[in-house]
Design a protein around this ligand. Structure first.
Ligand SMILES: [Zn+2]
Length: 62
């Protein structure tokens, strides 16, 4: 196979902004880069995000 890895979303890095939702648990906005499975866990607030089948990043609970 000589094909390069597929690059969804127009070649842009797949990242999701997180600010902890503000309030007492909030933190400065950071951009979290999704891993190869389309998932990431925020190191600041432990929120989990995942990419659904449509390519939308959604927050997942626990
Ligand atoms: Zn966060």
């Amino acid at each position: 196979m000589t094909n390069p890895a597929p690059v969804p979303l127009s070649g842009h890095a797949r990242s999701v902004p997180c600010d902890g939702g503000g309030g007492a648990l909030g933190h400065p906005r950071v951009f979290l880069e999704l891993d190869r499975d389309g998932k990431v866990c925020c190191p600041y607030c432990s929120r989990r995000y995942a990419m659904d089948a449509q390519g939308h990043v959604v927050e997942v609970s626990a």
